[in-house]
Design a protein. Sequence first.
Length: 494
Amino acid sequence: MTVPALSVTSDSPLSLEADVLVLGVAKTDDGPRLLSDDPAFAELAVSLDAIGVTGAQDEVRRVPSGAAATESIALVGVGTGDVTAHDLRYAAGSAARQLRGVQSLVVALPAAGEEETLAILEGAALGAYAFTEYRSASLESTKLPASSITVVGPGGSDLVERAGAIAEAVHTVRDLVNTSPLDLYPETLAARAVELAKGSGVSVRVLAEEELRAGGYGGILGVGMGSTRGPRLVKVEYAPSGAERHLALVGKGITFDTGGLSLKPPASMIGMKYDMTGAATVLAVTLAAARLGLDVRITAWLCIAENMPSGSAMRPGDVIRIRGGKTVEVLNTDAEGRLVMADGLVAASEENPDAIIDVATLTGAALVALGNRYVGTMGDTALVSRVVDAGNRVGETLWPMPIPSEVRPLLASDIADIANIKPGNTAAGMLIAAAFLRDFVGTSEATGQPIPWAHLDIAGPANNGAAGWGFTGKGPTGVAVRALIELAEEFSHR
């Protein structure tokens, strides 16, 4: 894991030794504007046009350091308009992502208060990521991000700790998702959860096939039937003494998805190691909550299976029984994520939490509807609003979507309680999947009403297949981690 060493200082950036000093440039109607009024940079400030700097987002240009103690200065664009904490997070992340082959950075973006300092720390730590596990060449020839980052601004060690915890959580997701499915399968993902939780104050319970059969987890077992590498359900629990609120998280953990007997085309199968991102996300959020000492109980349910075709695989037309007894007619084995999630939602509901949030790379329809950067967020209206607001506060793009009443009848089955798809239907796939999941959310003992529940379909933004932007490089993004940590912290105060 490549979380850099972070620090904050109020010293002048001119006095700090590092490989690169990062300064911000705004894009204005009057041309680029250096976001520093230090007289030492006066000559640089009037030379921006001449050296081709515009101030646009994701623009990074290195120039000789001049008066600074660093070897060079990197000018990073922050875009147009008033500079917000989100702009600073983005700019710091863009600089850290693009400045490779350096050991240390000093980031001197305009931080007016601790909110801005935290955003800069967070963005820089998130941008400084690399995954080198499978590189056969010497790391000496691989250009790595900075291992040490100092941010100039107000604040202290509490901001450094928070930014480090958030970056560690996001990088944990990225590392797990980047791992080859040859190496990361249900048993080893469960083992990684145990390993990561050591010394954290978080407990982990792993249910293998025998325990899953005894517990009636027919969704997870059904999806895992075709693989020689059996499924797992992992419960990860952070339970601080005296916590009054309980948040349950459920994550889809399909370590590889061939589609099963409803086999995907070859091109569509590439990248299906990403189908366990939801499980990695809820694990990382729970560990981060423990590291930050949040006053909220969190239980994360990792619903893990490998969806493979074989003589023992689940068939279209099979009827499986989810934990709790509800039956599902499986009409497409490539709609498998909702089956494992159904078991997880029932298990989470049995503990009567204050809210349940599930996270899943669930439908290609989410990508069609919302593109690559927005997370479709569905469920209980009030909880969906809280989740979206939490995302907005930390600069994550979650978007509320409906679960229309007319879509649930499409899942009627002639022989079972519910079908997992509507054959031949191509409309509203993301919303239909959410309607399926809602059937497995339990009832609150306190209110007699359904437990507040939100479903996050991260199929689009979980993986960035294009060029990097901000603190997001190519590959797994760790989307929704920061929003859920923010929400967990909100729960700890209410």
